[in-house]
Write a new protein. Structure first.
Length: 153
């Protein structure tokens, strides 16, 4: 098996690439589990959201003499709840659309309209140059430590 990002040969049991750290793609079951999780999230957000709204409205209408602020609160609350549900449903529709088109997508990466294929750099067959002379540790440090007459300071 090879990494899709860097092209390094990998063991089948790995979850991440040793070379670049990219997450290796799993089976298509992951896409189905993400879809099921999103559908569950929409249902839970909707049911719990409406339950919280009913409870808050009961408390507010009991405590307030004028019910107008409670209804304004309910309108904003419902708008927020529908906005959250809409965004989750949009992700569900993208997953279903990708599944119908046969694309394999990663749930952690934002969906883009265009995907470019990964281009691997060409392999280099050039050899390293041999070092001609031994490096001296003190060559560059002793030049600054020369004696300086006290009068020039």
């Amino acid at each position: 098996m090879y990494c899709e990002r860097c092209g390094k040969q990998l063991d089948e049991a790995l979850n991440f690439c040793n070379g670049c750290g990219a997450q290796l793609r799993k089976e298509r079951g992951d896409q189905r589990s993400v879809l099921n999780s999103l559908i569950t999230a929409v249902i839970v957000v909707s049911i719990v959201g409406f339950g919280v709204l009913v409870g808050l409205m009961a408390i507010l209408l009991d405590k307030l003499a004028n019910p107008e602020p409670a209804f304004i609160f309910a309108i904003f609350y419902l708008a927020t709840l529908f906005g959250i549900a809409f965004m989750i449903m949009r992700q569900i529709s993208r997953l279903i659309d990708a599944k119908l088109k046969g694309n394999d997508i990663d749930a952690n990466v934002p969906i883009r309209r265009e995907e470019r294929p990964v281009q691997l750099p060409p392999t280099s067959t050039a050899r390293l140059e041999e070092h001609r002379e031994p490096a001296s540790v003190t060559e560059h440090t002793t030049r600054t430590l020369e004696n300086v007459p006290a009068r020039e300071r």
